[in-house]
Design a protein. Structure first.
Length: 408
C-alpha cells in the first residue's frame, strides 16, 4: 500500500503522523515509516477535530520505500527543468531534461507574499542556498510576523517544510519579485486569516499590487463564505492549493482565489513527454460557494457551484521538486503535492506582469483564454478520484497548465 492516499484513509495517515513523531529526528533529517512513496508530515494531516478550526498543509515528502534521508545534493525537478516544461525560459532544451536544463525563468516584480504558520529560522539562508545552487539571483526576501511577535518554531509540526517549499518555488518562477514570508502565530484559521490581513496591508504599503500564496486549506464548512472577505483587496491576486486528496477544500473553493491544482510531469528516457492529471489531486464542485461569473462558460459541468481547480502545475510524486531546508530536515529533499502549485503559479502570474485588479479579474482572463494552445496546455488524460481529465475544463486540472507568459 502506498502511503499517498485519499481522505478516506485518514486513520492510516494519522498513524503515519504518529510514526513520524515517535521515530523521527527532523534535526538530523531521518524519517522511517511503512513502505510507500511518500510521507505525510504532521502538518498535512487533517484530524476530525481540525475541521473548521485549523488548516493543514498540502505537501508530501518523497520517500521511496517509506524511508527518507535528506541529501547533500538536490534531486527531482528543478527551476530550469520546469521553467522549460512550462515555456518560461528563452533557450529551452529539447525534452527539458532535468540533468542538463540550465536556462532559468527571469523577470518578476512587485511583491509575492507567502502566508504560512509558525517560524522558519533558517529561511533566508536556505533560500540563498537554493538560489545559488540553481543559478538564480539572490532573492529580495523578508520575514514578517503577522501578530507582531515571532511564532514558535515550525519544525516538529512540519510547517517549516511548507515554508521552504513556498518561498523557494515562488522565487524560482519570479526571480526578481520581492518574496515575503508572512508567519502566522499558529495554523488556526483565525491566525492564518490574521496573516492574510497582514499580507494585504504589506502589499498595500509596498506598491499596492502583488500576489498572495496560501498552500494550506481545510475541509469545507457551511460558514466558509464569510471568510471570503479576506481575499478581496484591490490589486491582489490570491492563490490556494486545491488539496492532496480528491475532493474540495477551502480557501481553494473561494470564488475570490485562483485554485491551484496538480498534474504529473511524465518523462521518457529523461525527456519530457506530456502531463497527466495527478491521481491524488483535489478538485470538484464546492458544497457552499456559488458559481462565479468567470465559470459561466462551464456551467454545464459545475452547475450552480464554484468548481475547482482553475489552473494546474506539477504536483505528483512521480515528478517531485527539489527543496532545501537545513535547520529542520538537514539538507535537500524532494516534495510533491499541490503546495508546489500555489507558490509556483503565483510566481508565473507575477512574471507575466498583468497584475490584475483582483483574483476575479485574473480568473476572468484565464477562462477567456481557455482553449488557446499557445497560452495553456489542456490536460486530457489521467484522473483524480471519481473525476477524469478531459478535453476542456475539468475537475482535475481546470483549464490545464501554463504555457508561457501571455494570456494570463
Amino acid at each position: 500500500m502506498r502511503i499517498e492516499s485519499s481522505r478516506a484513509r485518514m486513520g492510516f495517515r494519522a498513524l503515519i503522523a504518529i510514526s513520524l513523531f515517535l521515530s523521527v529526528s527532523l534535526l538530523n533529517g531521518q524519517v522511517r515509516t511503512a513502505n510507500g512513496i511518500g510521507i505525510y508530515p504532521p502538518s498535512s494531516i487533517e484530524r476530525p477535530q481540525d475541521i473548521g478550526v485549523n488548516m493543514h498543509t498540502n505537501y508530501i515528502i518523497y520517500a521511496p520505500g517509506g524511508k527518507f534521508m535528506a541529501a547533500a545534493n538536490p534531486g527531482g525537478e528543478t527551476p530550469a527543468s520546469l521553467g522549460c516544461v512550462y515555456g518560461l525560459v528563452s533557450n529551452p532544451l529539447p525534452g527539458c531534461p532535468i540533468a542538463t536544463s540550465t536556462s532559468l525563468p527571469t523577470g518578476g516584480s512587485g511583491v509575492i507574499v507567502i502566508v504560512d504558520a509558525y517560524d522558519y529560522p533558517s529561511a533566508a539562508a536556505d533560500l540563498a542556498t537554493f538560489s545559488s545552487t540553481f543559478g538564480l539571483p539572490q532573492a529580495n526576501f523578508t520575514v514578517q510576523y503577522a501578530s507582531g511577535r515571532k511564532p514558535t518554531n515550525g519544525c516538529r509540526s512540519g510547517w517549516q517544510g511548507e515554508e521552504a517549499l513556498d518561498i523557494e518555488w515562488a522565487h524560482a518562477m519570479a526571480p526578481n519579485a520581492q518574496i515575503v514570508l508572512m508567519e502566522a502565530s499558529s495554523n488556526s484559521n483565525s491566525a492564518l486569516y490574521q496573516a492574510v490581513q497582514a499580507a494585504n496591508s504589506y502589499i498595500a504599503s509596498h506598491g499596492g499590487k502583488g500576489e498572495i500564496s496560501m498552500s494550506w486549506g481545510g475541509s469545507e464548512t457551511s460558514g466558509e463564505s464569510s471568510y471570503d472577505t479576506y481575499f478581496k483587496q484591490s490589486g491582489v491576486v490570491y492563490f490556494a492549493s486545491s488539496g492532496d486528496s480528491p475532493g474540495v477544500i477551502y480557501p481553494s473553493s473561494s470564488p475570490y482565489v485562483v485554485s491551484a491544482g496538480g498534474t504529473q510531469v511524465n518523462r521518457s528516457n529523461g525527456n519530457y513527454t506530456n502531463q497527466t492529471a495527478w491521481s491524488s489531486g483535489g478538485g470538484g464542485a464546492s458544497t457552499y460557494e456559488a458559481r462565479p461569473s468567470f465559470q459561466n462558460s462551464i456551467q454545464n459541468i459545475v452547475g450552480t457551484k464554484r468548481g475547482t481547480p482553475d489552473l494546474s502545475f506539477d504536483s505528483s510524486g512521480g515528478s517531485p521538486v527539489a527543496v532545501y531546508n537545513s535547520g529542520c530536515y538537514g539538507g535537500w529533499l524532494q516534495v510533491y503535492g499541490t503546495s508546489v502549485a500555489s507558490p509556483s503559479l503565483a510566481g508565473i502570474i507575477n512574471t507575466a506582469g498583468t497584475f490584475a485588479s483582483s483574483s476575479n479579474a485574473e480568473n476572468t482572463l484565464i477562462y477567456s483564454n481557455m482553449g488557446y494552445s499557445s497560452y495553456f496546455t489542456d490536460i486530457t488524460s489521467g484522473s483524480c478520484g471519481t473525476h477524469s481529465a478531459t478535453t476542456g475544463w475539468d475537475f482535475c486540472t481546470g483549464v490545464g497548465v501554463d504555457r508561457g507568459l501571455v494570456g494570463k
